[in-house]
Design a protein around this ligand. Structure first.
Ligand code: ADP
Length: 476
């Protein structure tokens, strides 16, 4: 049988109940009886001492008559619900409140021994065989002239004490049952607060293990178990999202590869079967070249992204002059800028500005941002590359006055393969991977990139870089 947590808890509860019952039924009765006997004996002994001092000693000095003492002791015995005896050291019964005075008949207590209490002031027995049931007896010596003349013995039937003991025990048993029932609340609490949520969590993990990452569950609790459930739910949703992204990614890659391949295949077939005449070859070969360019760009971007995504990617960081990299990158776009009559304005803080980063990757960032800025700019416009310092950071901004990005698209442009509808007309070669690469590189550097854009007015991309210590040395 599967040992569930619940079963273990119920078992522990049961063991607790059994032990509590055993302890209460074995130790508590003897302890209670002992306590009651001791208390009763203490009271009786105190009374016996009073009797020995105030009444009984007068008997031996002939100050009080036997009748007088008996009358007094009779009422005291009724009050104490016990029998009071005066016994000589020899064992002769002088007075007994349970029977009338009979001076002729000498009653002897066989084997009377006042030392029977052995260090204590009371004893529980059949009082030298004179009683059928157990009696609690206390002994107080009667002294006169420093001699023990006799003993005041007060005897109390143990049946009465045991009855009150049983009454007390009954209360203990009822308390025990109530406590056991109340502790059942812990069981209910455990079931509701721990066991049921744990079952939900276990079931959910089984679902996740079997691949159903979209399984959702709820645990209405704000404690650690609730937190665990939330974390598990979040983990599953993240894995599900990653899986969906993976699928989307593969679908996008296949789609982006298929369309240029289809057009290449189509044009080549048309050339071979003569649909395209040889005099038109140049035009179509240029189209084919464009398509292969697109495929190369796509493959390169995918490879770059894949490298960047590899965990533990080591950045080849060094101190380099970002101003030089900016100028160099801007220069590579000279041709296309001339075609579109676009001017690139470079406003740099200082002649040289050293940053600590991976030069090649930052160059790629600048390249992608400039490439986009040019692609989405109108003819006869200006693109500004500007740097500014703040504390030990350097901010690089690439700003254009092109088509801009719709507000709803701003969050999505960093996603792989995302191309806004607005851009499709302007950019047929785009892969939608450029900005993903940019973000990945900047984030790997532990820096940030932001975009400010207004549809129809233009866009500005700003990213931060760590300034290198060399700048301070140059300043000195
Ligand atoms: P692509 O290689 O297709 O340009 P990117 O990831 O670089 O892909 O860009 C994603 C999308 O973000 C583009 O398709 C375009 O819609 C939008 N975008 C990026 N840069 C700009 C910009 N400077 N101006 C307007 N839209 C832009």
């Amino acid at each position: 049988m599967k040992k569930t947590l619940y079963l273990k808890f119920v078992l522990a509860y049961f063991i607790f109940g059994v032990f509590a019952f055993i302890i209460v039924t074995t130790f508590v009765p003897s302890m209670t009886e002992e306590h009651l006997v001791r208390e009763k004996a203490k009271n009786l002994y105190y009374e016996a001492m009073l009797v020995a001092e105030n009444y009984a000693s007068g008997l031996y000095t002939s100050e009080n008559s036997l009748e007088e003492v008996k009358t007094q002791l009779d009422s005291l015995a009724i009050y104490l619900e016990s029998v009071i005896c005066i016994i000589n050291p020899s064992g002769r019964l002088v007075l007994d409140t349970s029977s009338p005075i009979n001076v002729e008949d000498v009653v002897m207590i066989e084997n009377f021994d006042p030392t029977v209490t052995r260090g204590s002031y009371y004893t529980v027995d059949k009082f030298f065989g004179n009683y059928e049931t157990d009696m609690l007896s206390v002994f107080a010596p009667i002294t006169s002239n420093y001699k023990v003349k006799g003993y005041v013995v007060i005897l109390c039937d143990m049946t009465n004490i045991r009855e009150s003991c049983n009454n007390l025990l009954r209360i203990s048993y009822i308390t025990l049952v109530i406590l056991l029932l109340l502790s059942g609340i812990i069981l209910i609490f455990f079931t509701e607060m721990v066991y049921m949520p744990l079952r939900k969590i276990t079931y959910a993990t089984e679902q996740y293990a079997s691949g159903n990452m979209h399984y959702e569950f709820q645990v209405e609790s704000e404690d650690e178990i609730g937190y665990l459930a939330v974390c598990l739910n979040y983990m599953a949703s993240e894995i599900a999202r990653a899986e969906d992204n993976q699928k989307k990614f593969v679908a996008n890659v296949s789609h982006d590869f298929r369309s240029p391949l289809t057009s290449i295949h189509g044009y080549l077939e048309a050339m071979l079967d003569g649909t395209i005449p040889p005099e038109a070859y140049e035009k179509y070969l240029n189209i084919l070249l464009n398509e292969t360019d697109r495929l190369t760009k796509l493959t390169n971007s995918l490879l770059t992204l894949n490298n960047l995504n590899t965990r533990g990617m080591i950045l080849n960081k060094s101190d380099f002059d970002i101003n030089q990299v900016i100028r160099r990158t801007a220069a590579t776009f000279e041709g296309i800028c001339r075609q579109k009559t676009i001017a690139i304005e470079v406003i740099l803080s200082g002649d040289k500005m050293y940053v600590y980063a991976d030069m090649e990757k930052i160059q790629q960032v600048l390249y992608n941002l400039l490439d986009n800025a040019i692609k989405f700019s109108h003819h006869n416009s200006v693109i500004k590359i500007e740097t500014s310092e703040k504390k030990n950071k350097l901010f690089v901004s690439v700003k254009d006055t092109g088509i801009g990005i719709p507000k709803d698209d701003l969050k999505l442009i960093w996603d792989r393969f995302y191309k806004s509808d607005l851009s499709r007309g302007k950019d047929k070669k785009g892969t939608g991977l450029g900005l993903s690469i940019v973000k990945e590189i900047i984030n790997t550097h532990g820096e940030h990139i932001n975009v400010i854009s207004t549809e129809g007015a233009g866009s500005e991309f700003i990213f931060s870089l760590q300034q290198s210590a060399d700048n301070d040395e140059e300043d000195l």
